[in-house]
Design a protein around this ligand. Structure first.
Ligand code: SAM
Length: 289
């Protein structure tokens, strides 16, 4: 089965299976033929690589991955797409579709079971409603993966990849930079999807650090301070960190010791400055604040 980006072919395939799009599942299927080959190349899929895909839809990206990778495993939540995928991937032998929710999947177990001896990449056109939580799940579990190459809404791409210390960055950008080196690869217009969403998209690649890059005493404490700081991003760091189990005096002393101005705002701090504050807080007050 080829030409899965042909609109009339998709329509007749979906009609044949009685499938109707579910907006709440982020079902916008790719119809621009140049995008999937570029994504499959960008994630480094080759004969030594196992690729995990989230949300294969009708299998348009899956086929491109399967043509390059040693093995592909794709998790699809919508059981109505399973018979469609059986048809579109009929001639593909190195791919397994798992019916399930990617937010519930035990990725470590899946990788060990399905990709033994292979380099692993994640490649997906992500459903927009789980973009950030799924990326955080993948990053925080410290899985043995080389990169996460995903299509996300353009605004989200900018937010995820913004360097700490810049105006666009948020708590999630710091997490992304902590675990990986992110890059925005290319933009994809809204007309490249069926149905067309209201916003444009972009493909990003998070190149995962193989070994931790920073000396952090408690990751839990670091990210709880980062979340508190960005939770009230209009406030100064001095005000936003007060009340997180720390008194004004304690926050003031931490910022002074870390050489961070009390008047700074969360988006002005670098990742290293947050780490300095968190490590000092750990040394002085323990992990439980
Ligand atoms: N890969 C296809 C493409 O590029 O045309 C489809 C991408 S579409 C944006 C997102 C896909 O993710 C849909 O097939 C949707 O049913 C599926 N999906 C949504 N939520 C999911 C979840 N929690 N776990 C696994 N798949 C999910």
């Amino acid at each position: 089965m080829s030409r899965l980006t042909d609109i009339s072919k998709i329509r007749s395939l979906l009609e044949h299976h009685g499938f109707k799009f579910t907006k709440s599942l982020g079902q916008n299927f790719l119809i621009n033929p140049s995008v999937c080959p570029k994504m499959a190349e960008a994630c480094g899929a080759d004969s030594q690589t196992g690729v995990l895909e989230i949300g294969p839809g009708i299998g348009v990206l899956t086929r491109e991955l399967a043509a390059r990778a040693a093995r592909v495993v794709a998790i699809e939540i919508d059981n109505r797409l399973l018979p469609v995928l059986s048809e579109t991937l009929e001639d593909v032998t190195n791919t397994r579709i798992i019916h399930g929710d990617a937010m519930e999947t035990d990725f470590r177990n899946l990788i060990e079971r399905e990709f033994a001896g292979l380099k692993v990449a994640v490649c997906a056109n992500l459903p927009y409603y789980i973009t950030s939580p799924i990326i955080m799940r993948l990053l925080e579990s410290r899985l043995p993966i080389d990169n996460i190459t995903v299509m996300v809404q353009k605004e989200t791409a900018v937010r995820l990849c913004s360097q700490p210390g810049t105006r666009e960055c948020g708590a999630i950008s710091l997490a992304v930079w902590y675990y990986s080196k992110p890059e925005i690869l290319f933009s994809v217009s809204r007309g490249s999807f069926m149905p067309a969403p209201n916003v444009d998209s972009a493909v990003i690649r998070l190149n995962i650090h193989k070994v931790p890059q920073y000396d952090v005493k408690s990751e839990r404490l670091l990210f709880s301070l980062i979340r508190a700081a960005f939770g009230k991003r209009r406030k100064t760091i001095y005000n936003s960190l007060t009340g997180t189990g720390l008194t004004k005096e304690q926050v003031g002393a931490l910022l002074d010791d870390a050489n961070v101005a009390r008047t700074a705002r969360a988006e002005q701090l670098t990742l290293c400055e947050f780490i300095k504050i968190a490590n000092l807080a750990y040394d002085n007050f323990g992990a439980e604040i």
